[in-house]
Design a protein around this ligand. Structure first.
Ligand code: ADP
Ligand code: AMP
Length: 220
């Protein structure tokens, strides 16, 4: 049976970091809608421009565009065993669409939705120091998880980037969007008995250990 793990939590909560740490352990790929949308930056189409403008403002990309993109990605061969969904679903409509697509196409459902629980203050601290590799997408933090050589990716030597939407004014808007549109998914998955919580305010290795424990307990 394929395994579909939903990682939830506020922007800066550690979803991407943890997805990268558990993908090999679980043998399923990370599917980050944020990364997929950022990859559209190189396209010069009205849709790609619309997506970049929405992301720069901190708002959510419309559900129909997001759901279609995830549907296509999950049908790729490397997702045959499932996926770690990082940043999707972010609205109740997306969660319903995910349940429908998993039932219709793969005869299954979400295995577990894990909330990485951290305070707004900690999320803001993390976001302000976040840097990422534009080539391999590895995420660093200038203080908490620095590369060996400042500003350079350990894995491929590429110069690290700071995301435009990690500026303080956009971060505040993204946090509000999270509270209004995404946080309701906590009770959505709780009602369906799919929710697990881990304390995100621990060292990365401890968060990873807790995550693997709650996920493995749900894998049939
Ligand atoms: P998200 O994908 O939820 O937006 P990220 O995984 O990109 O969050 O993490 C945000 C920032 O916080 C990154 O710079 C990352 O290096 C750092 N970070 C992630 N987890 C921890 C942790 N447990 N302790 C300290 N810093 C962390
Ligand atoms: P992230 O990399 O997860 O922080 O996402 C960056 C941005 O991409 C968000 O602020 C949204 O504009 C967009 N985005 C990512 N995932 C979704 C989603 N599931 N639904 C709508 N917009 C999304």
């Amino acid at each position: 049976m394929a395994t579909y793990v939903v990682l939830m939590g506020p922007p800066g909560g550690g979803k991407g970091t943890q997805a990268q740490r558990i993908t090999d352990e679980l043998g399923i790929p990370q599917v980050s809608t944020g990364d997929l949308f950022r990859a559209m930056k190189t396209q010069d189409t009205p849709l790609a421009r619309q997506v970049q403008d929405i992301m720069a403002s901190g708002d959510l990309v419309p559900d129909d565009i997001t759901v279609q993109m995830v549907k296509e990605r999950l049908s790729d061969q490397d997702c045959a065993g499932g996926a770690i969904l990082d940043g999707f679903p972010r609205t109740t409509a997306q969660a319903d669409a995910l349940a429908d697509m998993l039932a219709d196409s793969f005869d299954t459902g979400v295995t577990v939705a894990v909330l990485i629980d951290i305070s707004e203050a900690e999320a803001v601290k993390r976001i302000s120091g976040r840097r990422s590799c534009p080539a391999c997408k590895r995420v660093y933090h200038v203080d908490y998880d620095p590369p060996k050589q400042a500003g350079i990716c350990d894995d491929d030597g590429t110069a690290l980037d700071q995301r435009k939407d990690d500026q303080p004014d956009v971060v505040r808007d993204r946090y509000q969007v999270y509270m209004n549109k995404t946080a309701p998914l906590i009770s959505y998955y709780e009602e369906r008995e799919l929710l697990e919580r881990v304390n995100g305010e621990q060292p990365m290795e401890s968060v990873t250990a807790d995550l693997l424990q709650v996920i493995r307990k749900r894998i049939k």
